[in-house]
Design a protein. Sequence first.
Length: 208
Amino acid sequence: MQVLAAPRPRGLPVLGRRPRPAAPAPPAALDAEEAALLARVGRGDRDRALPELYRRYERRLFGLGIRLLGDAGLAEELVQETFLRVWRTAGRFDPHRGTPSAFILSIARRLAIDLWRRPSSRPLPAAPESAGAIDETIDHLLLQLTVREALDSLPPPQREVLELSYHGDLTQTEVASRLGIPLGTVKSRAYHALRAFRRALDQRGIDG
């Protein structure tokens, strides 16, 4: 399912053309990098640090809003409100108590629950659900979106081989026939794709 790009929250500056992405950082380095960004936001940096965090999380949060609330306007509200609260509370972030990702997603999770419970958020009344059930639903959606985001980060030839192998339930020989490429090429792409996929999951806080 394609996830729409979230509109940039009002009040955030529009960045210029994005630079070519650098090589992926290991998970610990990524946490340190995002912790530094949060620290800069806490000191008032809304011109560079806040838009950079927004760029890293917007797609996942917008996807959560779409999946949970089924409405692009509410999904946009979720993204906007999350980053407004990040802006206001970044100074409280303590790297010794959790990761930057956990800090940002916990804000989004609370807002998502509030939006889901808002009567105007749903066209029909919903049966009451426990807080634990809603949390579980949101965690499951975030996991799905994070895995999809990690998969989408792979080079297209590698992603294609993985999707045909696992989603399409094809053998490597069948993948080679489908794509019209040598079996050895399929094996090479699958090997490198799995390694890259595990790294991408690690960077997003999921054990690959």
